[in-house]
Design a protein around this ligand. Structure first.
Ligand SMILES: [Zn+2]
Length: 293
């Protein structure tokens, strides 16, 4: 019996070809999700960062290097968000397709207008956003531009399926525009919030609400007692609707500020899959926008 099983297993192994589609490695869940919208079953996506991890403090692991070694394309957020691990992974992979300047080295930020671009880069202050705000995945319109770039990239990498990628991009754009009509009906104009981290600037620019203060004095820098005192004063005057925070970053400080001010905490997902019901990009934005209502 065991022999029969083994020969079946061998037959299966011989007749099932290895995956022949495009191998994509994405650093962040939202990037993997966007790639999947465009590539669907013609691509194989490996995501390096887990949805419950804080994307600012990731370290390179051997499994990540192994994934990069087999990849045709590596897709990343850019703006130095992955500076702590991605250059090391690409270099250690020794995969010529992924080297800077190659089409397989795909910086998603190349398609978007960056907010908070500093005039001088000053890492000595510990700022984790040295090239501008890297959290543009909160902006549906910007991610759509990235998705369009992905469709062109995949069409070049896999010319036989170019029409398939183009059609998937169009279907994604259509679904997104339909949802955007619902989201734009939410009355955001003039609403004020406090946030722990500078996650929501792209969304506030697109939807017209205001972030009037941050618990972090600078991205990546924890607050001093003096900074919190100042923030409490601002909150007394401006009466914000809520304190915005994400599950992996700043919950304790947000709850402490809420206890001192009586302003409630609203927990928003920071990426696709980081909270229940955020399994793809559209449900991620849906969760963010409905939570802000
Ligand atoms: Zn950040």
């Amino acid at each position: 019996m065991r022999e029969i099983f083994l020969s079946f297993a061998l037959l299966f192994a011989l007749t099932t070809p290895a995956f022949s589609g495009v191998n994509v490695v994405a650093t962040l869940p939202w990037i993997g999700s966007a790639a999947k919208e465009i590539g669907k079953d013609k691509i194989n996506v490996t995501v390096l960062v887990k949805p419950n991890q804080d994307a600012h403090v990731i370290e390179a692991k051997p499994s990540m290097i192994l994934a990069a070694r087999k990849a045709d394309i590596i897709m990343y957020d850019g703006l130095d968000l992955e500076i702590g691990y991605l250059p090391l992974i690409i270099e250690s992979s020794k995969n010529p397709k992924l080297m800077p300047g190659q089409p397989g080295n795909f910086d998603c930020s190349q398609f978007i207008t960056v907010l908070e671009k500093p005039t001088t880069v000053d890492r000595s202050m510990g700022d984790v956003h040295p090239l501008g705000n890297p959290h543009y995945h909160f902006s549906p319109s910007r991610v759509l531009l990235v998705a369009e770039g992905m469709a062109r990239l995949l069409a070049d990498a896999d010319k036989g399926n170019a029409g398939y990628y183009e059609a998937n991009y169009k279907a994604f754009a259509e679904r997104l525009h339909e949802k955007e009509r619902q989201w734009r009906a939410v009355p955001f104009q003039g609403k004020k919030f406090i946030a722990y981290h500078k996650y929501f600037e792209y969304l506030s620019a697109e939807y017209g609400f205001k972030i009037i203060g941050y618990i972090e004095p600078k991205p990546g820098i924890p607050p001093s007692a003096g900074h919190i005192e100042g923030l409490i004063e601002t909150m007394k005057e401006e009466k914000p609707t809520a304190i915005l925070v994400t599950p992996a970053y700043g919950m304790r400080e947000a709850e402490s500020l809420s206890a001192k001010t009586g302003v409630k905490v609203t927990v928003l997902p920071h990426d696709v899959g980081s909270m229940d019901g955020t399994g793809d990009l559209i449900s991620f934005w849906d969760k963010v926008i409905t939570s802000l209502k």
